[in-house]
Write a protein that binds this ligand. Structure first.
Ligand code: PEP
Length: 252
C-alpha cells in the first residue's frame, strides 16, 4: 500500500522570517500519521527549516541539486551538502528548471542517480506543454522523459523514486488538469514503470499530480485511484491553505 505524499514547493519565495512563521503555522497542528508531508524551501532556508522540523511529521526537501558530488561548479549545491542539513527529499527536473535553466533528461538522470547514491529521495517531475497536449503527443513526451530520466536507476532502487506528473500548462496558471486527465496520465505512467521495473517493484513507486492544486480541488484529485499525492506550488505558501491541503478529506 502506497502512503499518500503531500509536497510543498516554495520555489524562490520566503525570507527566513517569512519561513519561520509559515513553518510555525504548519507544525502547530496535529497531522495524520498515515500520510507523508514534505516542504521544499529555498536553499537559504534549509538550515533553519531542518531545525524547526526536527521531531515533527513534516520532512524537508530541496528544490534541486547538482549531479556531481563536488568540484568547480560555482553557485551549485551538492547532494552531500543537502544531507548535512537533514534534507530527505529533492525535487529533480521541475519544468521551471527544464525551461529556464535548460535542464535535459540526461542531466536529470544523473541527478537522480547521485541523489539515490547519497540517500536522498528524488521527486522526479515530468510534464507536457500545452502545444504537446493539443498536438496529442503528450503520452510520447511523458514516456521519453520517464525512460531517459530513469535510465540510471535500476530496479533495486526504483521504489525510492517518486514521480510527479505536472502538466506545464497547469503550473501556476490556475488551470488544473481534470481529475480524470490526471488519473489517466498517472495510470499511463504506472504502465511505463511496470515495463521498466516489473509489476511488484513498480507498484511501490508513488506518483503525484501537480499543477494548481489547492484546498478546493485536492479532495477530488486524491480520491482518484492512481493519484498517490500532490506537489503543490503557490498554495503551499500560506500555512492555513497548505494545512487544508495536508488534511484533505479529514476536514468536517
Ligand atoms: C509546482 O511548482 O510544482 C506547482 C505545481 O505549482 P502550482 O501549484 O503553483 O501550480
Amino acid at each position: 500500500m502506497r502512503k499518500p505524499l503531500i509536497v510543498g514547493n516554495w520555489k524562490m519565495n520566503n525570507t527566513l522570517q517569512e519561513s519561520l512563521s509559515l513553518i510555525e503555522g504548519l507544525i502547530s497542528n496535529r497531522l495524520s500519521v498515515d500520510r507523508d508531508f514534505v516542504v521544499c524551501p529555498p536553499y537559504t532556508v534549509l538550515s533553519l527549516a531542518g531545525k524547526l522540523l526536527k521531531e515533527t511529521k513534516i520532512q524537508l526537501g530541496a528544490q534541486n541539486m547538482h549531479f556531481e558530488e563536488k568540484g568547480a561548479y560555482t553557485g551549485e549545491v551538492s547532494a552531500l551538502m543537502l544531507k548535512e542539513l537533514d534534507v530527505s527529499y529533492v525535487i529533480i527536473g521541475h519544468s521551471e528548471r527544464r525551461k529556464f535553466f535548460g535542464e535535459t533528461d540526461l542531466q536529470i538522470s544523473k541527478k537522480i542517480f547521485t541523489a539515490l547514491n547519497n540517500e536522498l529521495l528524488p521527486i522526479m517531475c515530468v510534464g507536457e506543454s500545452l502545444a504537446q497536449r493539443e498536438g496529442d503527443y503528450h503520452h510520447r513526451i511523458i514516456k521519453k522523459q520517464l525512460v531517459e530520466g530513469l535510465k540510471l536507476v535500476d530496479s533495486s532502487r526504483a521504489s525510492d523514486v517518486t514521480v510527479a506528473y505536472e502538466p506545464v500548462w497547469a503550473i501556476g496558471t490556475g488551470k488544473t488538469a481534470t481529475s480524470e486527465q490526471a488519473n489517466d496520465m498517472l495510470g499511463f505512467i504506472r504502465t511505463i514503470l511496470i515495463n521498466l521495473y516489473g509489476e511488484s517493484m513498480a507498484e511501490n513507486i508513488r506518483i503525484l499530480y501537480g499543477g494548481s492544486v489547492n484546498s478546493s480541488n485536492v479532495d477530488e484529485l486524491m480520491i482518484q485511484p492512481e493519484i498517490d499525492g500532490v506537489l503543490v506550488g503557490g498554495a503551499s505558501l500560506k500555512s492555513d491553505e497548505f494545512l487544508k491541503i495536508m488534511t484533505y478529506s479529514d476536514r468536517g
